[in-house]
Each structure stands twice: as structure tokens, then as C-alpha cells.
Ligand binder design. Structure first.
Ligand code: YYY
Ligand code: MG
Length: 152
């Protein structure tokens, strides 16, 4: 499905380390389509919903503290197999195990500062996109490069 969508976020450490542009560039270069983008200081309320499956984990309190420590840049990307492909491009949760060439493999320092979030399944992506974005914040667009001969 070419209309498949996923949620990607540059976490506070990624924003603070000026990595937003390089993260975006990777998904653009791969041919995915950016259909939503915003920067925000996340509330604990939103994060507790976002990470609801992790609430019993020992690292959960520090995860919430870190994710609310500064602004994040959150995006929706669209394309064929975008969920699986972007997960692969983001790399293993723990940077020590992430391959070079992945975002976490190239920029990650520690599992608790791993630069980016990416939805891990179709259902997860749907849930997260609804949580982070209002419908009107997501834009449909097509490339005018394909209709260059009809420029007026
Ligand atoms: O989807 P992904 O981000 O790769 O990992 P999750 O298992 O969903 O965990 C979410 C988030 O929690 C992870 O990106 C960093 C943090 N975390 C941690 O701080 N320490 C761990 N041992 C595991 C995860
Ligand atoms: Mg996850």
C-alpha cells in the first residue's frame, strides 16, 4: 500500500545535537513522502499514552523524564512498506547493537538516548499518528515534477 504511514520523532537528544536535518534527509532520500511535521514540547500525558505498553518497565520513569526534557520533532511519513523500512533505517533500540548506516548506529550513544522514535507496526503507527496529530495537520500532495509539460 503506497499510502501506508508511520510516525517518526526526533527525540530531545536528537534535536539538541542538531540532527533533525540529517534524520529527515534519510527518509526523503529513500523516497518516502513527508505528510506531517511539527515541533513540540511533549506533555507527560501524551507520552504516557504513547509509551503505555512500557509503563511497568524499570526504565519507564527515566524515559518519561528524558522525553519531556526538551522539544521533539514529530513527523508522519508515507510510502510502500514505510513502517518496516523506517524501522530498519532507524536500527536496533540499543545503539551498541545498531548497525552502522542506521540512524542509531551512526548517531546513537546509549539506549536511553537513541535519537529517534519509529512506530514498530501498522497498528502501532495508526494509534501513534492519531495520538500525535489532528487529521487536518496531515497533508496529501503529489509531485508536480510528473506533469512538467503542463506548466502554464
Ligand atoms: O521501539 P524502540 O524505540 O526501538 O524501543 P522500545 O522497546 O519501544 O522502547 C522505547 C524506548 O524506551 C527506547 O527507544 C528507549 C527506551 N528504552 C530504555 O531507555 N532502556 C531500555 N532498556 C529499553 C528502552
Ligand atoms: Mg517502540
Amino acid at each position: 500500500d503506497v499510502r501506508e504511514r508511520t510516525l517518526i520523532a526526533v527525540k530531545p537528544d536528537g534535536v539538541q545535537r542538531r540532527l533533525v536535518g540529517r534524520v529527515i534527509q534519510r527518509f526523503e532520500q529513500r523516497g518516502f513522502k513527508l505528510v506531517g511535521l511539527k515541533m513540540l514540547q511533549v506533555s507527560e500525558e501524551l507520552l504516557s499514552q504513547h509509551y503505555c505498553e512500557l509503563r511497568m518497565k524499570p526504565f519507564y520513569p527515566s524515559l518519561l523524564h528524558y522525553m519531556t526534557s526538551g522539544p521533539v520533532v514529530v513527523m508522519v511519513w508515507e510510502g510502500h512498506n514505510v513502517v518496516q523500512t523506517t524501522r530498519m533505517m532507524v536500527g536496533h533500540t540499543n545503539p551498541v547493537e545498531a548497525r552502522a548506516g542506521t540512524v542509531r548506529g551512526d548517531f546513537g550513544i546509549h539506549v536511553s538516548r537513541n535519537v529517534v522514535h519509529a512506530s514498530d507496526s501498522l497498528e502501532g503507527a495508526k494509534r501513534e499518528i492519531q495520538l500525535w496529530f489532528q487529521g487536518k495537520e496531515l497533508l496529501n500532495w503529489d509531485s508536480s515534477a510528473l506533469s512538467v509539460w503542463s506548466y502554464s
